[in-house]
Ligand binder design. Structure first.
Ligand SMILES: Nc1ncnc2c1ncn2[C@@H]1O[C@H](COP(=O)(O)OP(=O)(O)OP(=O)(O)O)[C@@H](O)[C@H]1O
Ligand SMILES: [Mg+2]
Length: 352
């Protein structure tokens, strides 16, 4: 069964693009993988949007469909085995899924750029960093070799790589992990995109370097007024960086909220579980909470709410009816803009 989710911050579909369209809007997106063992339903009706200058953090355990959604937006899904049976991906109001290959190619890479977790495998080991950065300008803007090199140095300076002029001819392995991730950011910025999708951009780095890279990304995003979709399973990273959060579970958005409200008052038991499992400095020595059980097998997602077998609050209805993502309000009925929960018992969860 599929149901159209309704959220507070998701406007009605538009036929064509218009100025008031969000920068990027994913609507009721479904992605499945046809495997030997059956159909794995990786994305099951995702809705989210991000505007210029805004950061959306997408959060959820491993396998919840965060990266697959991003790959669908970038048009880099493996198809087959992947398939998009339903949904829209609107860039400034225009559905990229129905665009011609040529139209789509112009958006991908130029208007929307992606940063991956593993810089080493995304960069070509046998070409210098300067060559790879410069290539963007030679191919897309027809610049000469010399002009492209100057641009590459400029970009390396932008992302604060020390001694950029001297290092422009160095190869990827000659840079530290943090510096390589800065090169990936430079690469993404090269064509001045409107939107950056960063998929676990700092996960492979140690904590201090993580913070530096994150700060840089945030700084550049503000300067260029870009939209940012930040995919992470680390709730600690997002608090300082994101404006709003979408929490994913088994291929669906189960909660959306402005970042600080989510931390203060989660409206879904899954979000509450994620928050309770963050180590806290003021509770040293106490056993860390963990959500019981494991995320579901996507070949066989539980009926009703996919989280029900792990949920401390589950009742009969949770085992039979998929909860829609509905607007969340204050106890007196007043609106909580941007908030939504896909829990039958959201009221008890947030107000209880
Ligand atoms: N090419 C593929 N073929 C088959 N299944 C796939 C393929 N790509 C992804 N999947 C499945 O889709 C599901 C969602 O994967 P996805 O990579 O989006 O998870 P994620 O939320 O990004 O997790 P993580 O935090 O581990 O990166 C997973 O169960 C994964 O095995
Ligand atoms: Mg992932």
């Amino acid at each position: 069964m599929t149901i159209m989710d309704k959220t507070a911050d998701i406007p009605a579909p538009r036929a064509g693009g218009s100025d008031d369209s969000p920068l990027l809007e994913v609507r009721d997106l479904h992605v499945e993988f046809h495997t030997r063992d059956g159909v794995a339903k990786a994305v099951n009706g995702v809705n989210y949007s991000v505007d210029s200058g805004e950061t959306l953090a997408v959060l959820g355990e491993s396998g919840s469909g965060k990266s697959v959604t991003a790959q669908a937006i970038m048009g880099i899904l493996d198809m087959p085995p992947g398939k998009i049976p339903q949904g829209q991906i609107l860039y400034r109001g225009q559905d990229m899924l129905t665009m011609s290959y040529e139209e789509r190619r112009k958006i991908r890479g130029q208007k929307i750029a992606m940063i991956f977790q593993d810089a080493l495998s995304s960069l070509n080991p046998v070409l210098s960093v300067g060559y790879q950065l410069g290539e963007m300008f030679r191919v897309h803007q027809g610049l000469s070799k010399k002009q492209a090199k100057a641009k590459a140095i400029e970009l390396m300076e932008r992302v604060k790589i020390p001694a950029a002029k001297q290092r422009v001819g160095d190869y990827p392995h000659q840079f530290s992990g943090g510096m390589r991730q800065r090169i990936m950011i430079a690469m993404a910025l090269a064509l001045e995109p409107d939107l950056i999708i960063a998929d676990e951009p700092t996960t492979a780095l140690d904590v201090t370097v993580q913070a530096q890279v994150m700060d840089l990304l945030k700084e550049l995003q503000t300067e260029f007024n870009m939209g940012l979709i930040l995919i992470t399973h680390d709730l600690g990273v997002v608090a300082d960086v994101a404006d709003k959060i979408a929490v994913m579970y088994a291929g669906r958005i189960v909660e959306t909220a402005p970042v600080h409200e989510l931390y203060k008052r989660p409206a879904h038991p899954y979000t509450r579980g994620l928050l309770d499992s963050i180590p806290r400095l003021d509770q040293k020595g106490q056993e860390l909470y963990a959500i019981k059980g494991l995320p579901p097998n996507l070949l066989k997602i539980p009926s009703g709410c996919a989280f029900n077998p792990r949920c401390p609050k589950a009742e009969d209805i949770c085992r039979t009816e998929i909860p829609a993502l509905v607007p969340v309000s204050e106890q007196d009925g007043s609106e909580l803009p941007g908030r939504g929960s896909a829990c039958h018992f959201w009221k008890e969860t947030i107000h209880g």
